[in-house]
Design a protein around this ligand. Sequence first.
Ligand SMILES: Cc1ncc(COP(=O)(O)O)c(C=O)c1O
Length: 460
Amino acid sequence: MVTTWANERDLHLDLAAPGGVRAALEAALRDAVRTGRLAPGLLLPPSRTLAADLGVARNTVADAYGQLVAEGWLVARQGSGTRVADRAPAVEAAVAPGAEAAPPRYDLRPGSPDVAAFPRTAWLACARRALATAPSEAFGYGDPRGRPELRAALAGYLARARGVRATPDRIVVCSGFVQGIGLLCQALLTRGARTLATEAYGVSAHRDVVAASGLAMRPLPVDAGGADVGLVGDAGGVLLTPAHQFPLGAALAPARRTAAVEWAADTGGVVIEDDYDGEFRYDRQPVAAMQALAPEQVVYAGTASKSLAPGLRLAWLVLPGALLDPVVDAKRRADAQTGTLDQLTLAEFITSAGYDRQIRRRRLAYRRRRDRLLAALPGVRVTGIAAGLHAVLSLPRDLTEAAAVARGASHGLALDGLDNYAAAPGQHAPALVVGYGTPPDHAYTSALARLAAVLAPTRY
Ligand SMILES: Cc1ncc(COP(=O)(O)O)c(C=O)c1O
């Protein structure tokens, strides 16, 4: 039965339990609080209202409320009605020792920028402008490639800032690179590909998407010059992070860039360039995108997940002509199109120079954070620091990755071992992959102090 009370919220209570109406009502309320369906602090309907909606006597409801107050599930205060208790018995049980561990205080796993630095004011201004000026057709179904305003803005930005050879018609806006790689796998399969070569270290979620598509994977060893593209062989494509190998941090050596595009030209294979953090380079000019070497062989993939926020779920593919139709078909099948309002806002953000401004500011801030990380860990070997928002920290000889992660947890830190990113575990000396994009500025000093304590043992 669904009932609505003064503040117009529906309350579903199933009174089918045996033992009479009052027992059934008590059981239904208890269950709703225990499972969290009725949130702590929620104001319940007055007993008269609930009784009328349920078709039971008012006293039945009042008695049921009284019983649950006595048990600690509800609280009743004169004049302010009956509410769900802030710390109901079940909530206390859930955090009791042996149940769920407390969440870590500071998250130093890689993957996220400082989301507290999201440019809310500028974004809001762009959203207002975009909404006010959007044509009505923008609210309907549209081109699966995405809004023309955004594709035009991206083509200009990518050419200028990343050296990409892009035209708006070759761009497909997608819901994160994680969707983009899935679309590309579909497109490769339609071209008869059976295997995708991938770097032996990477994002496991991306490997999951590739595996789910049915493509086999061929891991390429990674060294100081990036992935060994000489081993791509008869794969139909190769997925690379050329500007900043994820997570080890090397830039793909110039000879390997050339070798990869030559392989693609010779075999009809496709290079997928995942440029996830290419804007954040600290030691010199950003490494230009390799797509410019061979726009008909290389897919350029960019994302707003590092430059702005992963929650936006906005990414883009710049495609060779031969892949455009199969990718657009896959996008249409996947979700018809990415949400248009955020696309229009991002277009406005780019054309009004807000995007460049944000990147320049964040680049400076992340560089400072990186320098503070290095300063906080004297004696620790830190690599992959020329770019991006994460670094690889070698562990002391007597500390395994699992032990370091556990020690981190006991210091309130969420940490990740390098093994989490390896296609096959145990192929490297123990190391941590530490993200310095998070936590927010006010918490960074404490997080670093704790990290230094975790790595305090000296036997390197
Ligand atoms: C290597 C790599 N590629 C791409 C991405 C971006 O993925 P998405 O656009 O789905 O958020 C990330 C984000 O963490 C990443 O680490």
